[in-house]
Design a protein around this ligand. Structure first.
Ligand code: 5GP
Ligand code: MN
Length: 339
């Protein structure tokens, strides 16, 4: 996999000449957002670049092992420091998202920044705001794409075991452990290259997935108990109310992966997970085959993402959001049957 060399050289020039670099990623950062941020942070630190990571809101606890994560400045809670860093930056690197609307409270701060910008992302329909845009929707993850960019810059030697673990985390989580449609020969080649840097797959899987608490498992059982499979449609709906969360001492990240249970049922092609939190209903969509949930999320739930994994939100109640979904999904019967 070779990245266009003109883009690489333009990025090199920005990285070499900038006096203050800020790395940022999307709201509710996941394994790919944090893995790419901390992997790149580690490489740039080794190169003695003046770099800080500033993210919109806290990352989940199971990513706390990432070196540098403790130095990340979080806009929610550290607004003054975050604002000063962004305003002082002459280069901002946007990882794992492609629209300012994914930056939560940092949206206007970033949109109004005069800094040069590099985008590294694998989602559909990128906005055109960056000086240099690396956007490849064929990539399993931002971490896979970042690996190719670092290789293109001839900076592979700066990927040590820890940076490799960060990149591997993003690839592993965004591919559902090398199971999703987005997993390619190249994905495995990059994973192999990271193993050569010392990554141990079994240890990584334990670190990232074996993190259940009794509360999280009870929350999962609550979600699965109430799961619905729609009549005459290959669609599963899983939902959790704010009360379900508080009764099970919800912590950030606890519902990660719940949506996949719907898709694990024989015959189900679309799984939807709706959770009521922070005054909104946050929605995750997962699909199999050709059914495009990016388009569905964009059309009806103010969201987006990838063909087989997307998200959105609704400011209606949980029940109203479920009902709205049930109404609109009927029009997709043909597409679901063909998928
Ligand atoms: P998740 O369901 O894990 O939150 O997100 C699935 C995918 O959709 C991720 O790649 C994520 O970045 C993207 N995504 C999630 N929520 C939104 C949203 O509200 N808007 C957009 N554009 N993408 C989203
Ligand atoms: Mn990603």
């Amino acid at each position: 996999m070779k990245i266009e060399s003109a883009l690489i050289e333009k990025a090199r020039q920005l990285l070499e000449t900038s006096r203050s670099i800020v790395i940022t990623n999307h709201i509710n950062p996941d394994g790919d957002a944090m893995g790419s941020a901390m992997g790149l942070y580690g490489v740039l630190k080794k190169l003695n670049k003046p770099v800080n990571a500033v993210i919109p809101n806290p990352y989940p606890d199971f990513l706390r092992w990432m070196v540098g994560a403790e130095r990340v400045v979080t806009f929610e809670g550290q607004e003054e420091e975050a604002t000063a860093l962004v305003n002082g930056a002459d280069l901002i690197i946007h990882l794992d998202y492609n629209a300012f609307s994914r930056s939560g409270g940092m949206e206007s701060l970033l949109a109004e920044s005069a800094a040069q910008k590099i985008m590294i992302d694998h989602h559909q329909q990128p906005q055109d705001f960056a000086t240099v845009t690396f956007s490849d929707t064929a990539m399993s993850s931002t971490c896979e794409l970042l690996y190719h960019i670092l290789a293109g810059l001839n900076w592979e030697g700066y990927i040590g075991q820890h940076e490799a673990e960060c990149l591997y985390t993003g690839i592993m989580t965004d591919t559902g452990s090398f199971r999703f449609n987005s997993t390619t020969l190249y994905t495995h080649q990059v994973a192999g290259a990271l193993l050569e840097k010392g990554v141990e797959p079994n240890a990584m899987a334990s670190r990232v997935y074996d993190i259940n608490t009794p509360f999280r498992l009870k929350l999962l059982s609550t979600a699965l108990n109430a799961m619905e499979v729609m009549e005459n449609l290959p669609v599963a709906i899983i939902k959790l109310s704010a009360r379900d969360l508080s009764e099970n001492q919800y912590k950030k990240g606890d519902t990660e992966g719940f949506v996949n249970y719907g898709l694990s049922m024989l015959g189900v092609k679309l799984s939807v997970f709706m959770v009521e939190k922070d005054g909104l209903v946050k929605i995750s969509f997962r699909s199999k085959g050709d059914f495009d949930v990016n388009l569905l999320a964009r059309a009806h739930f103010n969201g987006g993402g990838h063909k087989n994994a997307a998200g959105g939100a609704s400011d209606e109640s949980l029940e109203a959001t479920v009902n709205h979904f049930k109404e609109i999904i009927v029009d997709y019967r043909d597409a679901l049957e063909k998928a």
